[in-house]
Design a protein around this ligand. Structure first.
Ligand code: ZN
Length: 112
């Protein structure tokens, strides 16, 4: 049985089947932006996307999330634009679910 390429892959070669694999780091405090990083430590792209949020009454609230063009284009080329979009959207949704929004809100309060 021929196995079809069904998984999201980083241009560095790392296959990302499970959205749990992404590294999520919060460094850009002023921008209220969370970076989505490739699980491969020696990846030349490193940043694959971002999640932005607002602080409303001390609580972090999801604003938008997106992957960067090199990552999207790479996967569209491999899987087809439609399929890549569906898979990537699902990944973003699941990454956003992993974020501890309550804790994020508290961190922001302490920083101010
Ligand atoms: Zn990579």
């Amino acid at each position: 049985m021929a196995e079809e390429i069904e998984s999201i892959q980083c241009p560095c070669g790392r296959v990302i089947e499970d959205p749990e694999d992404y590294k999520v780091v919060y460094l850009k405090h002023e921008l209220r932006e969370i970076d989505i990083l490739c699980p491969n430590d020696s990846c030349y792209l490193r940043e694959l996307g971002y999640i932005r949020f607002d602080i409303v009454e001390g609580k972090a609230k999801f604003k938008e999330a997106s992957f960067y063009p090199p990552f999207v284009t790479w996967n569209s080329g491999r899987l087809g634009a439609e399929k890549a979009e569906v898979l990537l959207k699902d990944h973003l949704k699941r990454i956003a679910k992993r974020v501890d929004w309550e804790r994020l809100g508290r961190t922001e309060e302490e920083a101010e």
